[in-house]
Design a protein around this ligand. Structure first.
Ligand code: CA
Length: 406
């Protein structure tokens, strides 16, 4: 039995990958796209280094049909789940402790990280009961907070792939229409917020009209990234009914550059909260579909809240199964936002809207008062799963707000 089955750290030839607290031990092997002043290509993070997968393939160390030379992982993902598993085994062997061939490694500090995929389409869901209830109270009052269908199906909306950016990209405060005393008022958003989410990356296509079982849907998920669904709450409040989010969610969505694979998260699989009613058969899981994954966010370096992915009412696999149920085809590179991840207490909330109760109860950040995000503020997301003697990290997912262009 190998170390992975035993649940411990798998030791690597790369010393930094064995250091306590390292986000990228050999157990992780997240995929990304990087460059060092040259053409972006695929790599895998190991300790404080990046293994250049395009160079590995050119040197005959791995075989991926030439897909690693591309500036996106879509081509590799399209090679199907059996190839994902084969590559993980090959990379684990290549990077394992002991003697081995010379490896094309790049210090992560010297690399620029790009969007890891060409985002085909972006869908965002609404799957934390605490978040749905808290936000529902603010927009609709406590009686109508949780819509009656909410415990029966994952609710979502179709977003825009074009506004997804990689960590570190500045986000411009949007201009827009907000509710005024006598109709709409034009101006910069005054209630700019974050949403702490996990993004699932679909790595397989489905046909139009093809329904997906939850297990089948899970097999299609390549991995996960951190996702900040920036939100303009004042624009949202005016446009929200009857169709839901539109310009309030179009200012940008930030994702982390490293895709943590489903395989790396497998040891952390866990069940979610108890259900209030049975689900229809097409949404039923045959095994627990969430992960014991700590997530949180910071503002200007101060830790603001921390929660866990295990609070979610629906898994990404259930969301994907529901997404396809009426015939919608899914594509390699589709991005599914989990919905804001919030626990029951204030220090577990994944958005300022909830934390400040709609702006009524400000918070202190490094001695300054905040209700929503100010120009120049930096929001960072973080996540890790804690194994026995190792951790699976996601790397940073940050964005700084630029002033509106009036
Ligand atoms: Ca969202």
């Amino acid at each position: 039995m190998g170390n992975e089955e035993a649940g411990g750290l798998i030791r690597s030839r790369i010393a930094s990958a064995n250091a306590p607290g390292c986000e990228f031990p050999l157990n992780n092997l997240p995929y990304g796209v990087f460059s060092v002043g040259d053409a972006p290509r695929c790599g895998v993070a190991i300790g404080d280094m990046i293994l250049d997968l395009a160079a590995c393939e050119a040197g005959g160390l791995v075989e991926a049909g030439g897909t690693f030379a591309a500036p996106e992982l879509n081509g590799f993902m399209a090679r199907r789940p059996a190839e994902w598993a084969r590559m993980r085994a090959a990379l684990t062997a290549l990077l394992a402790e002991g003697e081995g061939p010379a490896l094309p490694l790049v210090p992560m500090a010297a690399a620029r990280l790009h969007l890891p995929i060409r985002v085909s389409e972006f869908t965002d869901f609404y799957a934390s009961r605490h978040h749905a209830f808290n936000v529902g109270c603010l927009f609709r009052g406590p009686e109508n907070a949780l819509p009656p269908q909410w415990t029966h199906m994952p609710i979502g909306y179709n977003g825009r792939a074009s506004s997804v950016v990689v960590s570190g990209t500045p986000i411009r405060r949007p201009m827009g229409q907000v509710r005024g005393e006598d109709g709409p008022v034009w101006g910069p958003c005054r209630r700019l917020d974050l949403e702490l989410e996990l993004g699932a990356i679909v790595g397989s296509d489905s046909r139009m009209g093809q329904r997906l079982g939850v297990d089948q849907a899970e097999e299609m998920i390549f991995g996960y990234v951190l996702l900040n669904d920036w939100s303009a709450r004042d624009i949202q409040a005016w446009e929200y009914q009857p169709l839901g989010p539109f310009q309030s969610k179009a200012l940008g969505t930030t994702i982390s550059p490293w895709i943590v694979t489903r395989a790396a998260l497998e040891p952390f699989r866990c069940a979610g909260p108890e259900r209030t009613n049975p689900l229809l058969p097409y949404l039923r899981e045959t095994r627990p579909g969430l992960y014991d994954l700590t997530l949180g966010w910071t503002m200007n370096g101060q830790r603001m809240a921390q929660t866990n992915y295990n609070v979610m009412y629906y898994s990404s696999a259930q969301q994907l199964a529901h997404h396809a149920v009426s015939g919608c085809p899914m594509r390699v590179g589709d991005l599914l936002g989990s919905g804001t991840i919030s626990g029951p207490t204030r220090d577990q909330t994944g958005a300022l809207l909830e934390m400040t109760q709609g702006g009524r109860n400000p918070v202190e950040v490094n001695g300054e008062v905040r209700t929503f995000i100010e120009d120049g503020d930096e929001i960072g997301l973080f996540a890790h799963a804690a194994g026995d003697g190792y951790r699976i990290g996601f790397g940073p997912c940050t964005g700084t707000i630029l002033p509106a262009e009036e």
